[in-house]
Design a protein. Sequence first.
Length: 344
Amino acid sequence: MPSLVRASLAAAAAFAAVLSVFGPAPAARAAREPSYVALGDSYSADVFVRPWDESDGCGRSYRSYPHQVAQDLGLHLTDVTCGAAEVRDGILEPQPASKLHGPPSVPPAGGWREKRPQIDYLHDDTDYVSVGIGGNSLGFGDIVTQCLERGARSIGLGTPCTNYFTTGEGREWLAGKFAQLDHDFGQMMTEIRDRAPGAKVLVVGYPAIVPTNSGCSWGVWRQLGTTAKKDMPWLDGLERELNELIERHAVEHGATYVDIYGPSAGHGLCAPEGERWMYGVKDDLTGDGDQTDTPSELCDEIPGNGAACTFVHPNAHGADNQARQVRAAFEQRRALVPAAGRRF
């Protein structure tokens, strides 16, 4: 065979070998479902919205906004949201078994197992991240419990909860909580960017709980139980302050803040039953199917006749609203990426 022909064939073979290594990769990347990791607490897990995962104490709903958005937009979801998660005990560090409350509200024999830090599930190839967190770090459950107890002692009169948290010991405690959350949230956002440098990050705020108290009644456990009605404006202001902190960190770290409060403002706990997007302290379950939750001993002590101690979380309508807002934010982020560079 003439040397020139042999050289040409060798060059062609070498070129084919190069194509075999590098050629299919763009097609494979294009075919890969964009990866989406959902981080967060019970408001992102949408606990008590049927149906939920009963396996690990996190209570993640299959109707939560991470699941709805992933299904609608064709994303590969890794959902590590977990009820009772905090920025530190949950996102940045392991979530202790003692901070897993379900549902199921009654743990199995031997209890639940400690959860890995949610941040560990982020990687270089993560395309999208959503994170909804902060309420537990602020101590929202403890705050509501104080309001319930103080409102019960005052028979719903006055502003006993507002007085406690705006003076003396209560004020100092709350200021310390906000300062620690401010620090931890900033650290978390930096860590998210370090672990998933190419991801588009959405930071999800909290829905409106009591933006207006006109329809709330004292002692109604499907609303805010024994919380004094005049304390509700302070609770609403506290939630708005929390959302402002979350939004500020989102902006400072180049993430997208997803406002859930605004679109839900007419659908808080005090709205008429058919218009409520929030569960009360003890309420009937919503969602798909007939899943139930065995009440804990503490839940049995609450006199309301609701099916479960839902303790102020989004119901199925609230989860659907979250999904609408997060989906729109995902789609907006996609529109900002040039068509040639889109992976989603």
